[in-house]
Design a protein around this ligand. Sequence first.
Ligand SMILES: NC(=O)c1ccc[n+]([C@@H]2O[C@H](COP(=O)([O-])OP(=O)(O)OC[C@H]3O[C@@H](n4cnc5c(N)ncnc54)[C@H](O)[C@@H]3O)[C@@H](O)[C@H]2O)c1
Length: 256
Amino acid sequence: MKRFENKVCFVTGAGSGIGKATALAFAKEGAQVVVTDINGEAAGQTLNEIKQISNTRAIAITLDISQREQVENAIQNTVNAFGRLDCAANCAGVAGPLSAKTHEYPEEFWHQQIAVNLTGNWFLLKYQLEQMLKNGGGNIVMLSSAAGLIGQPENSPYAVSKHGIEGMMKTAAIEYATHNIRVNSVCPTAIETPMIMHGRRNLAVNKEARNEAINFQRMKRMGKPDEVADVVLWLCSDESSFITGSSIKADGGALA
Ligand SMILES: NC(=O)c1ccc[n+]([C@@H]2O[C@H](COP(=O)([O-])OP(=O)(O)OC[C@H]3O[C@@H](n4cnc5c(N)ncnc54)[C@H](O)[C@@H]3O)[C@@H](O)[C@H]2O)c1
């Protein structure tokens, strides 16, 4: 029997990078997967890839996690389709389009990162926990960051929002510890995904930034999305049954 057979697993940000790798990994392990992303086309593409590698049931939902009603409806649609919710991998996130010190950071992108990374993840927790209480249990993994544990120069709202995720994760872990619900986070450093290759730091073309990102890890390489997905699945599985309220670093030794 596969590790996630008969489990209903909900993934945000599943159209790209870590979320996509996580959705595919759940499907390979037999889960029924709810693939969500603000980019509906990308979510549909992930769903097609799932259908090619697995015969488990899966659906795609277009979801902007910063919109409370959309989050509430997405959880309701999950329950309508599958009857329950066992695991949630909350991977969706944004890192802002630019680098600037705190006193120069534009207000507009402050609000954007807080709305998605912080408030959006709170909306997710709110409705996921409500459903897991009805199911009698569940597992939630928040995609935090090393920037949830230490500062991130020139991206203050990112560090603030990720530190906030750590706070809500630990609080929920305590509140639901006796309700058979575990809540943990994964804190990666540089993982080779579109967010860092083509985003704020544009590592695909900026060689200096790319070398800096590679050298930050003691392993002298960036991580791969699958290496983070493996940690997410482990945290959602019974193999981590005594772990809740933990922040697991996936950082190639960077913060050691
Ligand atoms: N890549 C890294 O180096 C790294 C390091 C630490 C933490 N993280 C975190 O990992 C998570 C995944 O990042 P990634 O590197 O795979 O990025 P990515 O950009 O490849 O994927 C992020 C996905 O989230 C989706 N998304 C963006 N805003 C959304 C919203 N409002 N609602 C729903 N979906 C939305 C995007 O459409 C995209 O498909 C993020 O939370 C990120 O902060 C990434």
